[in-house]
Structures are given as structure tokens and as C-alpha cells.
Write a protein that binds this ligand. Structure first.
Ligand code: NAD
Ligand code: UDP
Length: 496
């Protein structure tokens, strides 16, 4: 009896042991197939959704360049691969190591997300900084969207323009209105209450320069090359279309000549047909490498007709000749502005002119490229002073050429030091060979402008103007360098 009881007890113990072993084996198998439980406090979901929010936000910021976009879109993939590799290694890892690894991965992703948000914020800051007329609506991205759509239901987003009586309101054409000078003139004429048509082929101009007016009822943009005839009904024409920086106008010399000759004939023909007044943008380059200093309008100039600059210099001289031929023969009302070196926001950062080169080099901590010894001189005029001069000249009762420039003359080597001081740059100067036919001295005599344009004179000092221009360039470079840094991992002083 006792023996039987002992046997039964042993059998029961064996069964319990077998059951427990089976349960353990089952749990182990289950563990390997479904992975370990994620402990409290380790939540992967928010990281994913924050990344996705960042991606959605990035879609709104229409002009983030591809490198930034790629970063954003690559983020979920970046999350996936460490997860997959961690999962593969799960069997040899202890649960604690796995959790630690996940936590460090999550914190890495959070840092990445913060970095992306910082970039986006700085980008949006740049956009607003670059706007000479800050947006009145809350979101820069939606504003851009509305402008791209040309929505006419959102006039409150534009700067307030004057309401002129019909008798005073003019319809004005600006050729080259998407360029540096043209876009500032556009701002001025629209704010004064006029209707403005811009005709531009975007050779050197940018849609961004005029994007803040797209959709406004007083503004119209024509993508048009003035080498072809243009038929519009206007009262006045500011004829500015022509590349202006030496590297730009030399890039396609034949086209530069065509724009300044055929294009000018087309615009003079248009003025003749509509019976309107035309102002032609000429240049101090008509004086060439001057032998008279300072240059008055009576000086005939010293131009090499076959040198590398002649496409522009002679092109403008022909444009002047055509203008006065039309004035005499067709009784056209004409104005000619001989514009001296002008600078300011919306200059093309890479136009190769001395102002753009020095500022962008200084901001990037690169050496400033002084051509020759830097003894050659220029006189730099801020763009708003020029615009004031152009508007006054158009209205003036004077049809001969008028110099518009700032008579403060600066040696290029000194100019480099002024820019370095303003940027607080640590960069140095590097000398390069002097370009062929580079004018050695240039300074306008503006006494005629003062007399005929009701006392017009430049108001903005070189330092004031440069501070504004440097600010603009800083924004432009931060955007473009931010993008290239993403692709090459480099760093730049513009970030600071
Ligand atoms: P810019 O290159 O910024 O602007 C010129 C504009 O003309 C651009 O928008 C360009 O796309 C457009 N354009 C060029 N060819 C065209 C064509 N065939 N059809 C239609 N559009 C065309 O130059 P900017 O500095 O604004 O100069 C404007 C005018 O002032 C030019 O005529 C230039 O010769 C004159 N100017 C400028 C300076 C200066 O220092 N900025 C000095 C002297 C004269
Ligand atoms: N220049 C220079 N370094 C540059 C660009 C220009 O020293 O990186 C000089 C150029 O040789 C000229 C002057 O600066 O003497 C003005 O050149 P820019 O191209 O701005 O216009 P320009 O007045 O010659 O049409």
C-alpha cells in the first residue's frame, strides 16, 4: 500500500516537472518569434510621427532645395535600418542591452529632428529677412503659395499702394523688371499707385525678385525676350533689359549686342506706336576707360570697339544713338540715364561684380579677389538713390543723357578693407591679374542731375548701403551654403 502511494507520488512529481519544462520551452519559442516586450517609457511612435510632421512641414516650405528635402524624407529609412539590425541581433543580446540601444537610437533621432526644425526655422527667417516688404499674412509658405497661384483674393498680403485718380494713374512697362534695378523700380512705381507691366526673359533676372507682387491687380508679368517685338498699350517705358555685370554680359556677347540694339529698336518702336515716353538705361561704360575725370555727360568716352567689354559698351552706345535717332526723326520723347556702379539687395550673389564677390567672399571667410593692385577706382551708388533718380528723370523736362551715380570715389583695395571691416571678417586679400580693358578710374560728375532733377543727390552712404546689402547676402548665402553643407558635410562662417 505504502509502495503504491510512493509510486503515485513519484509519477505526479514527474508529470509536474514535464509540464513545467514544456511551458518553459513554449515561452522561449514564443519569445524568439515575437521579440521582447518594449518596456514602459520606450515609445517609438512619437519619433515616427514627429518625423512625419517634419516631412509635412517641409512640403509646405516649397523652396527647400533637394538636399534638405532628401534629409527629411530619408529620416524614416534611417529609423528603420537600426531597428532591423537590432532585431537581427536580438538573440545574442540581453534585453537590457537592447533597450539601451533603442533608447540611444531614439535620442539620436530626436536630435536629428531638432536639427531639421532649426534648419527650417532659419530658412523661414531668411525668407522673411530677404523680403524687403515683410509679409502681412502669417505664413510665408502659404503666402508664396497664394502668389504662385496668382490669387487676387488676398490683396491684404501686399504692401499698401497709393490710390491715384485715373487722370494720374499711368500704365508703365519695365523691360528687365525682374532684375536687380528693375525689381526695385517696380516696387517704387507700384507703391506710387501706377499699373506696371514687367517684360523679362529671366536671363539674369529672378522671379523671386518680384514674387511679392504676383497676383496684385496693378501688376502683370510677361515672360518675353525683347529681341522680339512686343505689343502692349502703355504710357511710359523704362527700358532696362540687358545683362549688367561683366561676366554676365561677356557670357553671350552676341546676345548682349542683340538685346541692346535689336531689343532697343523694338522698345523705341513700341514707344513710337503708343506715343509714350521712353527712358533708356545706359551706363558709365559708354565712357570706357576714361581720360577725363570725373566724367561729365559732355565727355565722348574712350572705348575699345573690339575688346571683351565692347559687346556691352558699344551695345549701349548704339542704344543711345538709336534713341536720339528716334527722338529726332520720329519726335519721340526720350530720356537717357547713364548709370554708374549700383549695388544693394537683390543683386545676384554670383554675378561676379566686385560688390557681390567681396561680400560673399568675406562672409564665407574666403580671400577677397582684388584684380591687379586694387588701385583702380569706382563710385558706388545704393539702389534706392538710383531709383529716385530714374523716376525724377522720367518726369523731368530734359531729354539729353544724365549721369546717375554717387560721386564718392573708392579704390578697389580700400573697398575690400571696408567690406572686411563691416563683415568683421578675418579673411585676407588675394591679388589676381587685371581684366582686359578694365577702366582705371570712374566717378560721375552729377552737377547736371542736381540741376535738372530738382536737386537729386544720393542720400545713402556707402557704409549704410553695404550694411543692408551684407544682410541680404548673409541670408542668400545661408540658404545656399546650408544646402551644399548637407551634401558635402562642410561648414561655413555664415552660420554664425
Ligand atoms: P540685371 O542683370 O540684374 O537685370 C537685367 C534684367 O534684364 C534681368 O532681369 C534680365 O533677365 C533681363 N534681360 C536681359 N536680357 C533680356 C532680353 N533680351 N529680354 C528681356 N529681358 C532681358 O542688371 P541690373 O543691374 O538690374 O541692370 C539693369 C539696367 O541698368 C541694365 O540695362 C544695365 O545695363 C543698367 N546698368 C546697371 C548698372 C549697375 O551697376 N547695376 C550700371 C550701369 C548700367
Ligand atoms: N574687381 C575686383 N575683384 C572682383 C571683381 C571686380 O577687383 O572680384 C574689380 C574690377 O577689376 C573693376 C572693379 O572691381 O576694376 C569693378 O568691377 P565690376 O565687375 O563690379 O564692375 P565694372 O565697374 O568693371 O563694370
Amino acid at each position: 500500500m505504502t509502495l503504491r502511494r510512493n509510486l503515485l507520488r513519484s509519477l505526479f512529481v514527474c508529470l509536474v516537472v514535464v509540464f513545467l519544462s514544456l511551458t518553459l520551452v513554449y515561452n522561449r519559442l514564443n519569445f524568439y518569434s515575437s521579440g521582447p516586450p518594449i518596456p514602459d517609457g520606450v515609445n517609438l511612435q512619437p519619433s515616427f510621427s514627429q518625423e512625419n510632421n517634419a516631412i509635412d512641414k517641409s512640403k509646405d516650405a516649397y523652396h527647400l532645395e533637394s538636399s534638405f528635402k532628401d534629409d527629411l524624407h530619408a529620416a524614416p529609412l534611417q529609423l528603420q535600418s537600426p531597428l532591423q539590425s537590432a532585431a537581427k541581433q536580438i538573440s545574442p543580446l540581453s534585453q537590457a542591452t537592447f533597450i539601451e540601444e533603442m533608447q540611444s537610437e531614439i535620442s539620436r533621432l530626436r536630435q536629428r529632428l531638432e536639427e531639421m526644425e532649426r534648419k527650417q526655422a532659419s530658412f523661414e527667417g531668411h525668407q522673411n529677412g530677404a523680403q524687403l516688404f515683410p509679409p502681412l499674412s502669417s505664413s510665408s509658405s502659404s503666402r508664396h503659395h497664394q502668389q504662385q497661384q496668382g490669387s487676387s483674393n488676398n490683396y491684404q498680403q501686399y504692401m499698401k499702394t497709393k490710390q491715384l485718380p485715373y487722370s494720374e494713374k499711368k500704365r508703365i512697362l519695365i523691360t528687365g523688371g525682374a532684375g536687380f534695378v528693375g525689381s526695385h523700380l517696380l516696387d517704387r512705381l507700384l507703391l506710387d499707385g501706377h499699373e506696371v507691366i514687367v517684360a523679362d526673359n529671366f536671363y539674369t533676372g529672378r522671379r523671386l525678385n518680384i514674387a511679392h507682387w504676383i497676383g496684385h491687380p496693378n501688376f502683370e508679368l510677361l515672360h518675353h525676350d525683347i529681341v522680339n517685338p512686343l505689343y502692349v498699350e502703355v504710357d511710359e517705358i523704362y527700358h532696362l533689359a540687358s545683362p549688367a555685370s561683366p561676366p554676365h554680359y561677356m557670357m553671350n556677347a552676341v546676345k548682349t549686342i542683340k538685346t541692346n540694339t535689336v531689343g532697343t529698336i523694338n522698345m523705341l518702336g513700341l514707344a513710337k506706336r503708343v506715343g509714350g515716353r521712353i527712358l533708356v538705361a545706359s551706363t558709365s561704360e559708354v565712357y570706357g576707360d576714361p581720360t577725363v575725370h570725373p566724367q561729365a555727360e559732355t565727355y565722348w568716352g574712350n572705348v575699345n570697339p573690339i575688346g571683351p567689354r565692347s559687346c556691352y559698351d558699344e551695345g549701349k552706345r548704339v542704344a543711345e544713338a538709336l534713341t536720339y535717332a528716334y527722338a529726332k526723326q520720329e519726335r519721340l520723347e526720350v530720356r537717357v540715364a547713364r548709370i554708374f556702379n549700383t549695388y544693394g539687395p537683390r543683386m545676384h550673389v554670383h554675378d561676379g561684380r566686385v560688390v557681390s564677390n567681396f561680400i560673399s567672399q568675406a562672409l564665407q571667410g574666403r580671400r577677397l579677389s582684388v584684380y591687379g593692385e586694387g588701385r583702380q577706382t569706382r563710385s558706388f551708388q545704393y539702389v534706392t538713390d538710383l531709383v529716385e533718380g530714374l523716376v525724377r528723370l522720367m518726369a523731368a523736362n530734359y531729354s539729353q543723357p544724365v549721369n546717375l551715380g554717387n560721386p564718392e570715389e573708392t579704390r578697389i583695395a580700400d573697398f575690400a578693407r571696408i567690406v572686411l571691416d563691416l563683415v568683421h571678417g578675418y579673411a585676407h586679400i588675394e591679388h589676381f591679374p587685371t581684366p582686359v580693358d578694365d577702366p582705371r578710374r570712374r566717378r560721375p560728375d552729377i552737377s547736371l542731375a542736381k540741376r535738372t532733377l530738382h536737386g537729386w543727390t544720393p542720400n545713402v552712404t556707402l557704409e549704410e548701403g553695404l550694411v543692408k546689402t551684407i544682410d541680404y547676402f548673409r541670408g542668400e548665402l545661408r540658404l545656399s551654403l546650408g544646402q551644399s553643407r548637407n551634401s558635402n558635410g562642410g561648414r561655413s562662417s555664415v552660420e554664425t
